[in-house]
Design a protein around this ligand. Structure first.
Ligand code: CU
Length: 506
C-alpha cells in the first residue's frame, strides 16, 4: 500500500470523487453517499487550526529517525534487516503532555516509507498513512514530523508502508504525565515481536504464500508439490475464539531478544515496577504474566482503567497494557507466551540473589485470571460524557483464509480509490461503530487519530480484539478533522485489504 502518490494525484483522487459525486447528484439519490461530498482533507486549514488549539508548554523534544538497512543477529542467527537508527527496536521516545514532538526522518532505504504514531490523536497530516494523509517519503528523502502531545500514555510508532513494520521499523513512544497519579519505583518498556525476517524468509515471502489462499478445493493436486513454508495450520487459542494466527514464527522477541538471550532487569525486593507492554507483532497475540504472582493492570492503550489483579493479560497486535508488579527476592521471570503458537519470549527480574532459572524449567502456560484490554473498564476520569450517538456505522469484518481476501463490508481497501466505501462523519458528532466479525478468525482492530470507548463504560482504546462471530460496539467523539483509516493490525490482513476509512465531511 505504498504507491507513492504525489500531492497532486492525492488531490486529483478527491476531485475525481467530487466530480463523480456531482454527476451522481443529478440522478435520483439511491444511497446516503450520493450527492456532492466535501471531504476535510489533511491539507485543510481546519486541520492546522485544531492543532494550534491543542495545549502547548513551549517545549520541543526532538528525536531523529533514520530508516535503513543494518546487520544484526536474532536468536543467534546473523541477518540483515531494516530498522530505525540501526537497531531492531527504534529508540524509545519519551516526552511529556504539552510538549511538541519533532521527528526528522531520513529514508536511506531503497523504497518509500512513512512513520505512523500509533494511538495518538494528532493532526491528520502527521498520521503517516501514504496516499491518505501524506505522500510517502521517497528513498533518499527527508520528512519532518511535528505535533503536540495531548494525552499521556504508552504508545508506539511504526512504518505504515507495505510490510516494513514486520522488519524492525517500529519503536516505543512514552508520553509522561506531569501530574502522574500512579506510584511506582521503576518503569520498564517491553516491546514484544514475532520475528521471521532473515530466518525463514522475508515478510514479503510470507505475504506471497498466504495470498495464494488455502482454498485448493477446485485444484488438481495430484503430483503437485505444495510447499507451505510460512503458513501455520492449527494454531488455536480458546481465549481468542479459535484460529490464533496464520504465520509460523521462528523467534519471539522481548525487547529485541530471543529467549536464549533474555534481558535481565535489576531491581530490589518490594519495588513497584510499572510495566509498559507493547505488542508490536504482525500475527501473534501474547499472553503476559509472572508465574505464581499477580500483576495489577492500570492502563490499556494509554488510558487508565479500573485496576484489576490478574494472573495474565492477552495483548493483540498493536495493543498496549500498563501494569504494576511488585518485585520478589531472587529471579522472577516475566513471560510472554504466544497464543496458539510454539515458543515464548521472556525477561528476567533479578534482585541480585539466587541463580537465573534455565529456560527449560519455566512454565509454558499462564492460567488463572486472564483478561485483555477490551474487557477492562475505563477509569471514571476518562469516561466519555453520556450522549446519544449522532451517527451509527456498521463495519463488518469480512474475508477468509480460503482466498486470503480480508476486507471491510466485503470491500478490500484500494489506495487508488481511498474514499470508496468510506464511513462519513462530521465534526462534533458522537459516532457509534458496531464491528461485526463475520469471519472465523479474531482481528485486532485499530482506529487512527481517536481513542474510542467500548460499550457499557468499557475501556478507552484504539485497538481492540474482535473475536470470530462477535460484535464489538464502541463510540468516539468526532473531534479531530481529517481522513483516518481503521484497520486490522494483523499486518498480513491489513496488507490484503482489511482497511476502512473514517472520513470527515462538511
Ligand atoms: Cu485481521
Amino acid at each position: 500500500m505504498n504507491s507513492p502518490l504525489t500531492r497532486r494525484t492525492f488531490l486529483g483522487a478527491s476531485l475525481a470523487t467530487a466530480a463523480t459525486a456531482a454527476l451522481a447528484s443529478c440522478a435520483p439519490s439511491t444511497s446516503p453517499a450520493a450527492g456532492r461530498v466535501d471531504r476535510i482533507l489533511p491539507t485543510d486549514p481546519l486541520v492546522s487550526q485544531y492543532e494550534d488549539a491543542r495545549p502547548s508548554n513551549g517545549t520541543t523534544v526532538t528525536q531523529k529517525l533514520s530508516a535503513g538497512v543494518f546487520d544484526t543477529s536474532v536468536a543467534g542467527i546473523a541477518l540483515s534487516t531494516w530498522g530505525y537508527n540501526g537497531a531492531l527496536n527504534g529508540p524509545v521516545i519519551r516526552a511529556k503532555t504539552g510538549d511538541t514532538l519533532k521527528v526528522p526522518v531520513t529514508n536511506t532505504l531503497t523504497e518509500s516509507t512513512s512513520v505512523h504514531w500509533h494511538g495518538l490523536a494528532l493532526h491528520n497530516d502527521a498520521d503517516g498513512v501514504p496516499v491518505v494523509t501524506q505522500p510517502a517519503i521517497k528513498p533518499g528523502a527527508n520528512f519532518d514530523y511535528q505535533f503536540r502531545l495531548n494525552q499521556p500514555g504508552t504508545y508506539w510508532y511504526h512504518s505504515h508502508v507495505d510490510m516494513q513494520r514486520e522488519r524492525g521499523l517500529s519503536g516505543a513512544l512514552i508520553i509522561e504525565d506531569p501530574r502522574e497519579p500512579l506510584l511506582y519505583d521503576q518503569e520498564w518498556v517491553i516491546v514484544l515481536d514475532d520475528w521471521l525476517d532473515g530466518i525463514t524468509g522475508t515478510p514479503e515471502d510470507v505475504l506471497a504464500e498466504l495470498s495464494m489462499g488455502m482454498d485448493m478445493s477446485g485444484m488438481d493436486m495430484s503430483g503437485m508439490d505444495m510447499p507451505m513454508t510460512h503458513m501455520l495450520m492449527g494454531a488455536t487459542s480458546s481465549y481468542l475464539g479459535g484460529d490464533a494466527g496464520d504465520v509460523r514464527i521462528p523467534a519471539h522477541l522481548f525487547n529485541g531478544r530471543a529467549a536464549q538471550d533474555a534481558e535481565v532487569f535489576q531491581s530490589r525486593p518490594g519495588n513497584r515496577i510499572r510495566l509498559r507492554i507493547i505488542n508490536a507483532a504482525g500475527d501473534t497475540a501474547y499472553r503476559v504474566g509472572v508465574p505464581g504472582q499477580k500483576i495489577t493492570l492500570t492502563h490499556t492503550d494509554g488510558f487508565p482503567v479500573h485496576h484489576e489483579d490478574v494472573d495474565a493479560v492477552v495483548l493483540g497486535m498493536g495493543e498496549r497494557i500498563d501494569a504494576i508488579l511488585t518485585v520478589q527476592d531472587g529471579y522472577t521471570p516475566l513471560l510472554a507466551i504466544p497464543e496458539g503458537k510454539d515458543g515464548r519470549a521472556y525477561g528476567l527480574i533479578s534482585t541480585g540473589s539466587g541463580t537465573a532459572p534455565a529456560a527449560a524449567v519455566l512454565p509454558s502456560t499462564l492460567n488463572g485470571i486472564v483478561t485483555d484490554g477490551g474487557r477492562l473498564t475505563a477509569d471514571d476520569s476518562v469516561l466519555l460524557t453520556s450522549k446519544k450517538p449522532d451517527r451509527i456505522h456498521t463495519m463488518r469484518l469480512t474475508g477468509s483464509m480460503g482466498k486470503y481476501d480480508w476486507s471491510i463490508n466485503g470491500r478490500r481497501f484500494d489506495m487508488k480509490k481511498p474514499f470508496a466505501g468510506a464511513f462519513d462523519i462530521t465534526l462534533d458528532e458522537r459516532v457509534q461503530v458496531k464491528m461485526v466479525n463475520d469471519t472465523t478468525m479474531w482481528h485486532p482492530m485499530h482506529l487512527h487519530g481517536h481513542s474510542f470507548q467500548l460499550s457499557n463504560n468499557g475501556a478507552r482504546k484504539d485497538t481492540v480484539i474482535v473475536r470470530p462471530k462477535e460484535t464489538v460496539t464502541f463510540e468516539f467523539d468526532a473531534d479531530n478533522p481529517g481522513q483516518w483509516i481503521a484497520h486490522c493490525h494483523n499486518a498480513y490482513h491489513a496488507e490484503r485489504g482489511m482497511i476502512g476509512l473514517f472520513s470527515y465531511v462538511r
